[in-house]
Each structure stands twice: as C-alpha cells, then as structure tokens.
Design a protein around this ligand. Structure first.
Ligand SMILES: [Zn+2]
Length: 178
C-alpha cells in the first residue's frame, strides 16, 4: 500500500519558555494551552477557532509560559513513515517515488532491521533487487543510510514541518539527513 505523504499545517509547534522546540501537538490542544494561559501564541496559522465566548487565531507556534524540564529521547524510532521521511519519499536506487522499504543487505541473508540497513525504494527496484545486495547487481545507493539526528527530527519525527516553524527548528538538519 503506498504511503500518502502527510501535509503540513495539521499541528502546532510547542516551544518551551526558553523558546526551545519541544513537540508538535494538535491545533486544538495548542488552543487549549493558550486559552488556559499555559502558553502564548507566537505565530498564527490559517483561520480562526471559535468557542462560546472567544475567537482565537489558529495557533501555529505556541510558547509555554512556564519552563518545563523534559527528558530527551535521543533515539529516533524506526518506522515505515520515518524511513520514508528520512529518504525524502524517494527510491534510494533510482530516485523515483518510493512505495516500499528495502533491506540493503537482505533480511533473508541475515540483514538487520536497523536505520543503517533500511532504505525507501520503489516497487520496481525492490522487486528487481530481490534477495541480492546492491553490489551484486552493480547498483549504487544515493546515500549511505543512517539514523536521523538533530532537533528537527527529535521534535518532528516523520511530520512535514510547517514553513512557519522554520525560525525555531533547524530544518536544514532534516534535509541533510534525507
Ligand atoms: Zn527505484
């Protein structure tokens, strides 16, 4: 089944009181944080949210009014979505649209299911490759697969960032990893 690329703008970026990016929440959750004075809106999104008494611009970025200490997860979980996002939804072999996940060193021959051994691939390349290695076919990988790193990945995971978040996230990091 092909993965549909998620669209930007379906959430709000939450910043700590120190402006450090923390996570992405639903627009509704961000609005509740603002209405309960737990956060202030620092960048508006598109549209207006209405409640019984208030009309609030859709928040795109909110900042917590009190600092929270957060234990960081340094390891990015390996998921189908995350692999597609890392590889930019492109096949690692032909750069066509990716629809499948390929194990570079085939699992049938002991290849690991790990960031360093998985790539996004189109169905045609994946089928042609079968249980061979790229070297056996004379194929080249467009880049060596590796675990994604950086603040943008920690905060966004597989999400497509809203361009309005660029001031707070170093989005070049996630592009470099793609
Ligand atoms: Zn391909």
């Amino acid at each position: 089944m092909p993965d549909i690329r998620p669209t930007a703008g379906s959430g709000a970026l939450v910043l700590n009181a120190t402006y450090e990016p923390l996570c992405v929440v639903s627009v509704r959750r961000a609005a509740i944080l603002v209405l309960s004075a737990k956060a202030v809106c620092v960048a508006d999104g598109d549209g207006v949210l209405h409640s019984a008494r208030n009309a609030l611009p859709v928040p795109s970025v909110v900042r917590l009014t009190r600092f929270v200490r957060v234990p960081y997860r340094t390891h990015v979980g390996l998921s189908r979505r995350a692999i597609f996002a890392r590889d930019g939804w492109r096949c690692a072999y032909c750069r066509g649209p990716a629809e499948t996940i390929d194990h570079v060193f085939p699992r049938s021959r002991g290849g690991r299911h790990a960031w360093e051994n998985v790539v996004a691939a189109c169905a045609r390349c994946n089928h042609t490759k079968g249980d061979k290695t790229p070297a056996e076919l004379g194929w080249r990988l467009h880049c060596m697969p590796a675990a994604p790193k950086g603040t943008a990945w920690r905060v966004l995971g597989h999400r497509v960032p809203d361009p309005r978040w660029a001031d707070w996230l170093d989005l070049r990091e996630s592009e470099a990893a793609a």
